[in-house]
Design a protein around this ligand. Structure first.
Ligand code: PDD
Length: 286
């Protein structure tokens, strides 16, 4: 089912707090014209940030990778201000941050001395109760670029994958590159096979998910054996559990997987996922 979304009450754009309809950017903004920008989404549990430093670290890494001269850490104060202005200091919420290279005549190369465009807003999210849900997912070819470690605002391929899944009755699409599962359209993938947890190793094929790292840390603490190794589509019959992670998705159990119209996985029991979900709930509540 396609979830309904609404606009935030206010956004911060290049130094100004504005109503969404009053926030305007140039048609020559490189984010608009070329998708030349980076974004981040970080959560707040009852007003408390969770892994904000890690989100800012990733934002800074991505900005550095595409050579946008911007200090991600300078945003910290502004993020809390936005949370306050949105009246969400006691609720579950998330901050959306987008930095584009800025406005310049259209060129393929990076223009010099351009001021980056900053957009930031806080919006409410429902973070409670994820452990009571489960997702039905489909599988398709991962035809994204080969720098998926960069959280680029150019999300067309992710968006096409998600649209295909949601418009055909699924909740998410899992992506495969050369037969190996990489990640979901907006989530990281974990498999449980013979009591061991598997997820794709970091690199250009996946986004280094912050929730992914939290889960890897929790597995260590829970003494659940864990391996950062990609799983092949052919290995799916040996898989016992699958779960997806993400900032707003958190830790979502998968109850079935379809590929080319055929069911290739059905959940039998979710004991490992449930253990991780419980530990995750405790971690975010600390
Ligand atoms: N999506 N992989 C992809 C392609 C993603 O877009 C995301 C997050 C993740 C999970 O990363 P994290 O645990 O750091 O949220 C993995 C965000 C939330 C989004 O696009 O809205």
């Amino acid at each position: 089912m396609k979830p309904k979304k609404s606009y935030p009450k206010e956004v911060y754009l290049n130094g100004e707090w504005l109503q969404p309809e009053a926030a305007k950017i140039s048609v020559f903004d490189r984010g608009f014209m070329l998708g030349d920008g980076i974004y981040e989404v970080a959560p707040f549990y009852r007003g408390k940030p969770f892994k904000l430093k890690e989100h800012l670290d990733r934002l800074q890494y991505c900005l550095n990778e595409i050579r946008i001269d911007f200090d991600a850490y300078s945003l910290e104060k502004l993020i809390f201000k936005a949370l306050e202005r949105a009246g969400l200091t006691e609720s579950d919420a998330a901050v959306y941050i987008q930095v584009t290279r800025g406005v310049a005549p259209r060129t393929h190369h990076f223009p010099e001395k351009v001021k980056p465009t900053l957009l930031l807003y806080v919006f409410p999210v429902k973070l409670e109760g994820f452990e009571e849900k489960s997702w039905k997912v489909s599988v398709a070819e991962d035809f994204r670029w080969y720098r998926c470690d960069i959280k680029s605002i150019s999300l067309l391929a992710n968006s096409m994958a998600n649209e295909e899944a949601l418009s055909t009755g699924f909740d998410e699409q899992l992506l495969i590159r050369d037969g190996y599962f990489t990640e979901g359209s907006h989530t990281s993938i974990f498999f449980v096979k013979n009591g061991r947890v598997y997820t794709h190793p970091e690199g250009p094929e996946i986004l280094s998910g912050i929730t992914r790292q939290v889960v890897l840390d929790l597995c260590k603490e829970l003494e659940i054996p864990c391996k950062e190794k990609a799983l092949h589509l052919n290995e799916l019959p040996e898989v016992d559990e699958i779960f997806l992670t993400g900032t707003t998705t958190q830790v979502m159990v998968v109850d079935s997987v379809q590929h080319k119209g055929k069911e290739i996985f059905r959940l039998q029991g979710d004991s490992v996922t449930a253990k991780i979900q419980q530990a995750f709930i405790e971690r975010v509540g600390e």
